[in-house]
Design a binder for this molecule. Structure first.
Ligand SMILES: Cc1ncc(COP(=O)(O)O)c(C=O)c1O
Length: 359
């Protein structure tokens, strides 16, 4: 089988140019006679790979010297614990906006370590929107406000970020590098790599330096931001190959014209797919119009009995991983940076064909 159209929510499609370059360099990275996978993380050649990746990410996102950029392990899930353990003391409060399955998990984990105030939640409507900021019940004494910029399962995305008197910690796992963001609006940005950055196993944390250095005594050393920053994210052996691949992805984004150009492409893909859903009586989006994600597009069929047939026919046309999450039902097309416009065009044309036949 050749390359498929891969609509996986994560681990997800990676740019073919990146995979080809990695393949070329697999056994002999730049004349070193070894794979990046086989090198000491302390070697000059790998330290250069790591530093270049950080420099490129800083450039792409406009990250100032007031922030650490850390390349860690443990996934975004690790940061659900890392955030309270680094940025709060027992008894402190974090305000959470609960907009889907992932922010709900962040709430559950934080409760082990600090007070949690769910200032707003859309759980009552199966996480189909982002509650309006005017209705948020923020606490007076919160240390942080936590949001998830894009809910991967529900397909709900913040289009504008809130203003806040306390630092905002944002889970950007599924939309980092998909659009420009002003990093200075945030105290901390974190993301598991396996959607827009690279392979699973790497977690990026961008954190304001002045917020670090007060981790609790019990904080596992590898989750301690200040200690990781002091050690260039190498307290223990880092995920070297993932870091290298992330660096190739950052270069790829730069070659595409940076995050602005990627955003234009993402908007075009999303407009095409949502347009197809809107213009049909057969497909519908469960998400409120103003909060629809440009990255994860859930949609339902008029008759759920046709779901399995839709998936089967899509696969016959080389379109994979379209089955929706069980909590939402229907389908979900994840159209991250590396998913081409051509893939979305193929999907939209199949959707129309399927509707004409079965709708
Ligand atoms: C928005 C969001 N947050 C957190 C996670 C959990 O990430 P990880 O599996 O890397 O711990 C995911 C899923 O990958 C996600 O999509």
């Amino acid at each position: 089988m050749g390359r498929t159209y891969n609509f996986s929510a994560g681990p997800a499609s990676l740019p073919i140019e990146v995979l080809n370059q990695a393949a070329e360099e697999m056994t002999d990275y730049q004349g070193s006679g070894m794979s990046v996978m086989e090198m000491s993380h302390r070697s000059k050649i790998f330290v250069d790979v790591a530093a270049q990746a950080e420099a490129d990410l800083r450039e792409l996102m406009g990250v100032s010297d007031e922030y650490h950029v850390l390349f860690l392990q443990g996934g975004a899930t690790g940061q659900f614990a890392g955030i309270p353990l680094n940025l709060t003391q027992a008894g402190d409060t974090i305000d959470f906006i609960e907009t889907g399955a992932w922010s709900k998990k962040a709430v559950k984990e934080a409760k082990k370590y600090c007070n949690v105030n769910v200032a707003a939640s859309s759980a009552d409507s199966n996480f189909d929107h982002i509650p309006d900021q005017s209705a948020w019940q923020l606490s007076d004494n919160a240390r942080l406000l936590h949001i998830c910029s894009n809910e991967t399962i529900g397909g709900v995305q913040f289009k504008n970020f809130p203003s806040s008197s306390v630092p905002i910690a944002v889970d950007m796992s599924s939309d980092i590098l998909s659009r420009p963001v002003d990093v200075n609006n945030f105290g901390l940005i974190y993301a598991g790599a396996q959607k827009n950055i690279g392979p699973a196993g790497l977690t990026v944390v961008i954190v304001r330096k002045d917020l670090c250095g007060n981790a609790r005594d019990i904080t596992p050393t590898f989750l301690d931001y200040a200690q990781q920053a002091d050690n260039d994210s190498m307290i223990n052996t880092p995920p070297t190959y993932g870091w290298y691949l992330a660096g190739l992805v950052f270069k790829w984004i730069k070659e595409k014209g940076g995050v602005e150009a990627i955003e234009a492409q993402n908007n075009a893909k999303a407009a095409l797919l949502y347009g197809a859903i809107e213009n049909s009586n057969f497909y519908s989006s469960p998400v409120a119009a103003g909060n629809r994600s440009t990255m994860n597009v859930p949609f339902t069929l008029a008759d759920s009995a046709l779901d399995a047939e839709f998936v089967k026919q899509a696969e016959a046309r080389s379109m994979f991983n379209l089955k929706g999450h069980r909590s939402v039902g229907g389908m979900r097309a994840s159209i991250y940076n590396a998913v081409s416009l051509e893939a979305v065009q193929a999907l939209v044309s199949f959707m129309s064909e399927f509707e004409n036949e079965r709708g």
